[in-house]
Design a binder for this molecule. Structure first.
Ligand code: ADP
Length: 167
């Protein structure tokens, strides 16, 4: 086996929208690895609230302080995307036991498809263990406070989405 001295990590997800839980994982990956790519999954079948362009803009805004992180969109298989950007590691966050089963399945399938790509999991920060994009959207839809869960730009974008869709 060849040892690699350069690791390019990919943090994949829908990011609809990016939360402080996502950002925490991206920041920790950026501390550990020389280069990180945030892979934004297109997946129109999930009917995202934010367009791909909006999601990318909000991520770019949230990661502006990280000079070794870039954002790229993808559709199709994650391992194909990782290979395309010359990545060799997938970094994902784990919130609860409920995340484990699906992540375990995905990691094993990705390993089967592309054995040279590793998957690593980082435990969420305690304060973000209950946090998901869908929770944030649900709270924002009914005017609840989300200021400690997302960046100010995301908070603003959510307010705008829901005020427009209510009219
Ligand atoms: P969600 O599950 O919120 O819809 P994504 O599909 O965008 O989010 O998830 C992308 C990655 O980010 C996954 O690995 C997921 O486990 C991780 N993630 C999402 N929210 C958090 C959080 N609060 N803490 C840690 N990791 C998270």
């Amino acid at each position: 086996m060849t040892k690699r001295n350069t690791t390019k990590a990919v943090c994949p997800g829908s990011f609809d929208p990016i939360t402080k839980g996502h950002l925490d994982i991206i920041e920790r990956a950026a501390e550990l690895f020389p280069s990180v790519v945030v892979g934004v999954l297109e997946n129109p079948s999930k009917k995202p609230l934010f367009t791909l362009e909006e999601r990318v803009r909000l991520i770019n805004n949230a990661i502006a302080h990280l000079d070794n992180v870039e954002v790229t969109c993808f559709s199709g298989l994650l391992v194909d995307f990782v290979n395309k950007v010359n990545g060799n590691l997938i970094v994902k966050g784990l919130r609860a036991i409920s995340d484990f089963e699906i992540e375990f399945q995905m990691a094993l399938n990705n390993k089967r498809l592309s054995p040279e790509i590793e998957t690593m999991f980082m435990m969420t920060k305690n304060e973000y263990s209950f946090l998901s994009s869908s929770m944030v959207k649900e709270i924002a839809r009914y005017g609840g406070d989300i200021h400690d869960l997302v960046t100010p730009e995301v908070e603003q974008a959510l307010k705008q989405k829901f005020s427009v869709s209510d009219k």
